[in-house]
Design a protein around this ligand. Structure first.
Ligand code: ZN
Length: 161
């Protein structure tokens, strides 16, 4: 059972990655831009990460494997992903422009590290249902719902301790 669902999950991820790549290449063709090796590497890293990120973080991840990739290249690629509609740009009010895969789902509950800026998503459907029920009981119609917890991530905590 477990193995089967894992395999299925992998297939879904591969399919998603394929779709994102196709969409990006279609965009590049329309804009008469080239699908460079670097752009592909950055797209792979972004899709594989599968959580919200920002330029500096993605750059560090890429640099660890591909030392030839420059900061500006990552920046321009992320802007291209947003223009192509495969990434959504958003801000959490700390001065960093963050990117997540578009159509990633409507879960927007974040743990935000104030040290390194890493965003971890979490599922709070139980709390969410309660919040919606409470709002409804007050005659309120909710249009958007977001939970954002700020603090220090385990990695930063280990490094400083
Ligand atoms: Zn951190």
């Amino acid at each position: 059972m477990r193995e089967g669902s894992l395999l299925q999950n992998e297939a879904v991820v591969t399919h998603k990655k394929q779709k994102v790549k196709e969409q990006f290449h279609l965009f590049l063709t329309k804009k008469r831009l080239k699908a460079t090796l670097q752009r592909n590497l950055i797209l792979d890293a972004f899709v594989d990460l599968d959580r919200p990120t920002h330029m500096d973080e993605l750059y560090l991840i890429l640099r660890s494997k591909h030392s030839h990739i420059g900061h500006a290249t990552v920046y321009r690629a992320l802007r291209l992903f947003a223009a192509a509609g495969i990434a959504r740009e958003f801000s959490l009010g700390d001065g960093l422009t963050r990117y997540e895969l578009a159509g990633h789902g409507k879960r927007h509950d974040y743990l935000v590290c104030s040290d390194c800026g890493t965003v971890t998503e979490f599922d709070n459907s139980v709390i969410e249902q309660r919040q919606l029920a409470l709002a409804r009981s007050m005659g309120f119609t909710v249009e958007a719902l977001k939970i954002e917890l700020r603090g220090v991530c385990s990695r930063c905590l280990t490094q400083s301790g």
